[in-house]
Design a protein around this ligand. Structure first.
Ligand code: V47
Ligand code: SF4
Length: 376
């Protein structure tokens, strides 16, 4: 259907020549340039972007919409950094600071022992006292309770710190963590790669080069990872395209990224609260352009906790094919930044959400192996 619509668009005299050129490239499965990416952000509208992005999404995945059964652990919100967009981190002596001890972590994991959850996602603050040996012990304890659970843990920012603290090289540190049970790396900490913007929003933490180096090394060691982009704060469209370009380049080299997750900036309780959050239209445009631009990424994921369930449903027509998981309500990173929804959905909730917009729910594991087909 969308192929026919794109062909009709190519025949319309009112369609701008540049839009026709880009649409033709998409039909021919060709890569668009940085300049064309910027043009998409600056000069095109949502119906056009949706048409192209949905065509690509359906060419790759048809009607399939992936989700997984996972739970999150945020071991601590104590963090040495002070990113201006962050609502969640606290210094040691703050009354809202927390750190779970191993007993608490074990208690959290045990809740899922005899369930069909396939993944645990672990992301937290950069705690000044915690090194690889500490986190290694944590991973081992988790695997002891649920041996075949997939552990997706630690952003590149957390990894850089714990590896340095343990006086290891990136390669040495990641190898050690793999031995301890690390299976893949989440996409956080990327924020925006542009150096000027990074300086303004998170000047102390990992440089873009280091973030990319950690992911590249992980891929070379057989540890897959995800990629994110935090958008809708002080960056402009060329910063976003530059970010996507750098991810696309690395993916050409390693093929180690599994999915791209645009993260919408939420503005409550942080130093950027004066910034108005992006509109739904802008969010959908951003998903669509990500789908069009990242031609070497298999999946585009909407993190429903952050954009809300209805917007996540809409995103499935704008390039998104994955809605993340049935997250347990221990996640605080977004509720502290303004999300009002309790971040938890049962499997039936997520299946219904997907079916309600005529897509086909597919449960996957972290590596996108299909677990069980849900017939419509
Ligand atoms: O790096 C922090 C972002 C990230 C805010 O790989 C904020 O499957 C919006 O890594 N508004 C951490 N975003 C989360 C993360 C993640 C999330 C979902 C899926 C995956 C995955 C990874 O959260 C941080 C930062 O970019 N963040 N504060 C905020 N106020
Ligand atoms: Fe720390 Fe991460 Fe928050 Fe930055 S975004 S202050 S690194 S918890």
């Amino acid at each position: 259907m969308s192929k026919k619509q794109i062909k009709e668009l190519l025949n319309l005299s009112s369609t701008a020549e540049k839009q026709k050129e880009i649409a033709k490239k998409i039909l021919d499965n060709k890569r668009i340039t940085t300049e064309e990416g910027l043009y998409l952000y600056e000069k095109t509208d949502l119906p056009y972007l949706g048409l192209l992005a949905n065509y690509i999404r359906e060419r790759r995945h048809g009607n399939k919409t992936f989700f997984n059964k996972n739970f999150h652990i945020e071991p601590t919100n104590i963090c040495i950094y002070s990113c201006t967009f962050c609502s969640y981190s606290r210094k040691f002596n703050n009354e809202d600071a927390w750190e779970y001890d191993f007993e608490k972590i074990v208690e959290l994991v045990e809740k899922y022992k005899d369930t069909d959850v396939t993944e645990v996602h672990i992301v937290g603050g950069v705690h000044p006292h915690r090194d690889i040996y500490y986190y290694g012990k944590m991973l081992k304890k988790i695997k002891k309770i649920i041996p075949d659970i997939h552990i997706k843990a630690f952003t590149a920012v957390e990894l850089e710190f714990m590896i340095k603290k343990s006086k290891m090289t990136i390669k040495g540190g990641l190898t050690k963590l793999k031995e301890y049970g690390l299976d893949s790396i989440p996409g956080g900490g990327a924020e925006i790669f542009d150096a000027d913007i990074r300086k303004q929003v998170c000047h102390e933490k990992s440089k873009s080069k280091t973030w990319l180096e950690i992911h590249q090394t992980a891929h070379e060691l057989g540890i897959p990872s995800n990629a994110t982009m935090l958008y809708g704060h002080i960056e402009n469209y060329s910063h976003r395209i530059n970010h996507l370009e750098r991810l696309r380049d690395l993916q050409d080299k390693t093929k180690g990224f599994q999915t791209f997750i645009p993260l919408k900036f939420r503005n409550e309780n942080n130093k950027l609260s004066h910034i108005t959050e992006t509109s739904v239209i802008e969010d959908l445009k951003n998903y669509a352009i990500s789908r069009i631009y990242l031609d070497n990424f298999d999946h585009i994921k909407a993190y429903w906790v952050m954009i809300g369930k209805e917007n996540a449903q809409m995103s499935l027509n704008y390039g998104v094919d994955d809605l993340d998981g049935t997250i347990d309500d221990s996640t605080k990173i977004y509720t502290m930044a303004g999300d009002k929804q309790k971040p938890s959905m049962t499997t039936n909730d997520i299946i219904k959400l997907i079916k309600d917009v005529n897509r086909k729910p597919i449960e996957r594991d972290t590596l996108y192996n299909e677990i069980k087909k849900e017939e419509k």
